[in-house]
Design a protein around this ligand. Structure first.
Ligand code: GRF
Length: 251
């Protein structure tokens, strides 16, 4: 219908592209008189506050990305050492001593932008972000949250899942919007909540999944396969997903 066509045209459809030229000359190739074009790799900057296990999963996944830097807001963030040992540039910008959230975020954005990233990856970055900061990275900043969003935004997600008696729990990777732990969802993983689960056992089960879906989401972005329409993220050339029901527990 005309209305459907109109809706399609007006839907915000964002395809991520590198702001750098789409290809570059490979020096080795041109030496032999043949110009070899490669798609330039997306650059990412990863922000952490703590142990950085999601960061590590991304670094070790051998993704087609250039990790320009890992930035922490805490000097003692364990992930900094891991990143350095893997040969990644690291930087620390402490939020302490800033007069306001906005002032810190402005400096943080300057630091991030000095690495010219195509994508900012929040991996356990424990800060509430100002609206201006989030808007600056609209559709090029992603986060992982340890729940099946939109359930259990905020902290203590595993304890609250147990407390509420839900039978499935999990994690979500999403584009970041100004509302805390909201934004178009790229992928999710689901785990069962078992009768004898504690916060500790449940969080460990979810973390295994986090380490699978976060590198996957970054790879999809790097391959230019994500597009956002309203709240929905589409993944181009997705392998067929069989529509199975997930029943917990099974007999
Ligand atoms: C993860 O559970 C992540 O979902 C949440 O913060 C935690 C960070 O863990 N946003 P790590 O630093 O990646 O190990």
């Amino acid at each position: 219908t005309v209305w459907a066509a109109f809706a399609r045209v007006t839907a915000t459809s964002i395809r991520h592209r590198s702001r750098k030229p789409p290809c570059h000359t490979d020096a080795a190739g041109s030496a032999g008189g043949i110009v070899i074009f490669e798609q330039s790799m997306k650059r990412i900057v990863i922000l952490i506050s703590g142990r950085g296990s999601n960061m590590q999963a991304i670094l070790e996944a051998k993704l087609p990305v250039q990790v320009a830097a890992v930035i922490a807001n805490k000097e003692d963030a364990g992930g900094l050492q891991t990143a350095a040992s893997l040969g990644i540039a690291t930087a620390v910008l402490s939020h302490k001593g800033y007069p306001s959230r906005e002032a810190f975020d402005a400096d943080l954005a300057r630091l991030i932008d000095s690495y010219q990233p195509d994508l900012v990856v929040l991996a356990g970055f424990m800060r509430i972000l100002s609206e201006g900061f989030v808007r600056h990275y609209e559709n090029r900043m992603i986060n992982i949250h340890p729940s099946l969003l939109p359930a259990f935004t905020g902290l203590s997600t595993h304890a609250r899942a147990i407390q509420e008696g839900v039978k499935v729990h999990g994690c979500s990777v999403h584009f970041v919007t100004p509302e805390l732990d909201h934004g178009p969802i790229i992928c999710q993983a689901v785990v069962p909540v078992l009768d004898d689960d504690t916060e500790d056992t449940l969080s460990k089960r979810v973390l295994v999944c986090e380490h699978q879906i976060y590198p996957q989401a970054v790879r999809w972005f790097a391959e230019g396969r994500l597009s956002v329409e309203g709240n929905r993220v589409r993944v181009a050339n997705h392998a067929d997903i069989q529509a199975h029901s997930l029943i917990v527990p099974r007999d």
